[in-house]
Design a protein around this ligand. Structure first.
Ligand code: ADP
Ligand code: MG
Length: 322
């Protein structure tokens, strides 16, 4: 056996229970449940672009999978399988052990099976492809929003961007606040149960990877609508309460990496959405409306006047997320 096969066997081979065939053959084999469609998404994380070079490997294992599971959540698909293509500068067994620990802890919690991948040498990066199941015809999309829809956001936003600002040196957070913010940056909780529960009530959905405004703008573009967001309604990460509005607003509106869901749904779905929030234990906050108009998001203050501060921040942050 070559060392590569040893590594795969040691760190990335687990028995599968749902797949027909898992790691170790030329292809994995899977069966899609009757009445379901397969939802498929790929994301790459590159060292220096998507994470800092000294990022703890356990957290990286978690985050690499979490950002992919988040795409399934946005589609309303239940996570089933994942493949992992790893490019490593050198064989570092301590790193591999830590990475696979973080990866499998989340995989087990999410009910997703690793069924294959690739292992190559080069600058550190990882490409994951996730496969989920969604009842046929029910997958949530960006193009389904309707004029008059409410805009909802799950959990809270801005914490991950605040942690990044601290790491980059533009703000200095106290130890307690930093700890909470770093958790949002490194250990995002993909909203899979929530996404699955929303398939019958939401008209459109997206996960917030590039920032609330940027991602809601994608719904606007694909649905051919405008959106208005009321700044005072936006649920802020608790860590943001420790910084001034000049940091708070760009982090909450334009900061990426939160991996919350932004969804739109008719006004008649309000009670159903609140029931889903209660059942899944994830807060859902109504922050605005979809309306006819150019594909843009307007942020308004408590008096209904447009705010432009967040948009300046958005330009800055959108540059780093691809
Ligand atoms: P091939 O030459 O056919 O592409 P590989 O030597 O790349 O096969 O991989 C051997 C087996 O190990 C395959 O089943 C592949 O899916 C799996 N595999 C390789 N790397 C990984 C990884 N990082 N995680 C999970 N499975 C992997
Ligand atoms: Mg290969």
């Amino acid at each position: 056996m070559t060392p590569e096969f040893d590594l795969i066997a040691k760190y990335f081979t687990r028995p599968v229970s749902n797949a027909v065939l898992g790691v170790g053959d030329d292809c994995a084999l899977i069966r899609v449940a009757a009445g379901c469609e397969l939802a498929i998404s790929t994301d790459t994380l590159v060292c220096g672009t998507h994470f800092l070079p000294d990022t703890d490997a356990v957290k990286l294992g978690h985050k690499a999978l979490a950002v992919n599971l988040s795409d399934l959540a946005a589609a309303g698909a239940a996570p089933r399988y994942v493949t992992l293509a790893l490019t490593l500068p050198a064989v570092d067994e301590a790193w591999l052990a830590a990475f696979s620990r973080g990866f499998f802890k989340l995989a087990d919690a999410a009910g997703v099976e690793l069924i294959g991948g690739d292992t190559t040498r080069g600058p550190l990066s990882m490409t994951l492809t996730v496969f989920g199941e969604v009842p046929a015809g029910k997958g949530l999309r960006r193009d389904g929003a309707k004029a008059g829809d409410d805009v909802w956001v799950s959990g809270s936003v801005g914490g991950a961007a605040l942690a990044l600002r601290h790491l980059q040196g533009s703000v200095v957070l106290s130890a307690g606040v930093l700890e909470r913010a770093l958790e949002r940056l490194y250990l995002p909780a993909p909203r899979n149960a929530l996404g699955c529960a929303l398939v019958d009530v939401a008209h459109s959905a997206i996960d917030i990877s590039d920032g609330l405004i940027a991602d809601l703008t994608h719904i606007c573009e694909r649905s051919g609508l405008a959106a208005t967001v009321e700044w005072p309604l936006v649920p802020l990460s608790p860590a943001l309460l420790s910084v001034g509005p000049e940091v708070r607003m760009p982090c909450a509106l334009a900061g990426g990496d939160d991996y919350e869901l932004c969804v739109t749904a008719g006004e008649d779905a309000r009670a159903a959405i609140e029931a889903i929030a209660a059942k899944t234990g994830v807060a859902l906050t109504r922050i605005g409306k979809m309306q006819p108009g150019n594909a843009e998001v307007t942020v308004i203050d408590e008096r209904g006047a447009p705010i432009s501060v967040g948009v300046a921040g958005f330009d800055h942050f959108s540059a780093r997320s691809e």
